[in-house]
Design a protein around this ligand. Structure first.
Ligand SMILES: *[C@@H]1O[C@H](CO)[C@@H](O)[C@H](O)[C@H]1NC(C)=O
Length: 199
């Protein structure tokens, strides 16, 4: 895992420190004009999600179900909200990176597949203070699933990209899942922070 962290650090520019909301002296528009003249780069972001469906302290809760849900083999219409821990490694006690927060809806009559709407909220490390938003279909029994990165905030303003997710492990006795995410995401190097950094 140390190697992987190193790769991420190397891929990500040194201007991507803990993020403070940036504005030019003349406000938001100037910041936006500056960032649009910046260079787009790509980061590979890798982490694990602790998906706790059962036990004493679940982090996933059902908030709604349809009239069909209880009789549906795919739990069609079940809507759940989650606030899962993000970690550097698969172990829940490995370094905390942030949270995965959002909605998952069982939205396929035939197959176990979720419509997902999640924000990855980074609270430590390189991306502290930034978020990545993803949307997409997650056919959970497939070995690999792909979801769309639809945007972000902070370092990831105007992000595009995609996320590959795999189920690392699932313990059915405790309903505890560990999911692996690898996200390929664009970001724009902020020309104003490069100037500041060289001062
Ligand atoms: C993340 O950033 C916040 C706000 O700048 C800061 O208070 C906090 O200590 C940082 N957390 C870590 C783990 O670096």
């Amino acid at each position: 895992m140390a190697n992987l962290t190193l790769v991420i650090l190397m891929l990500v520019s040194t201007t991507m420190g803990s993020y403070a909301r940036k504005q030019g002296p003349n406000g938001e528009l100037e910041w936006f004009q500056n960032i649009c003249s910046g260079k787009e780069k790509v980061a590979k972001v890798h982490f694990f999600v602790q998906d706790v469906l059962g036990g004493d302290k679940p982090t996933v809760y059902e908030v709604a179900r349809g009239s069909i849900t209880s009789n549906s083999a795919t739990s069609f219409g079940q809507v759940r909200v989650l606030d899962d821990l993000l970690t550097v490694g698969p172990d829940k006690d490995s370094k905390e990176l942030g949270r995965a927060q959002g909605l998952i809806t069982s939205a396929d009559f035939e197959t176990d597949a979720l419509a997902m709407n999640l924000n990855f909220v980074f609270t430590s490390g390189r991306y502290n203070g930034s978020t990545i938003s993803i949307l997409g279909r997650n056919q959970i029994l497939k070995a690999e699933r792909e979801l769309a990165v639809v945007g972000g905030t902070g370092v990831f303003r105007m992000a595009r990209g995609y996320a590959i997710t795999k189920t690392h492990s699932y313990d059915s006795a405790t309903a505890y899942g560990v999911l692996e995410y690898t996200i390929y995401v664009t970001y724009v190097e902020d020309p104003t922070s490069s100037l500041l950094a060289s001062e």
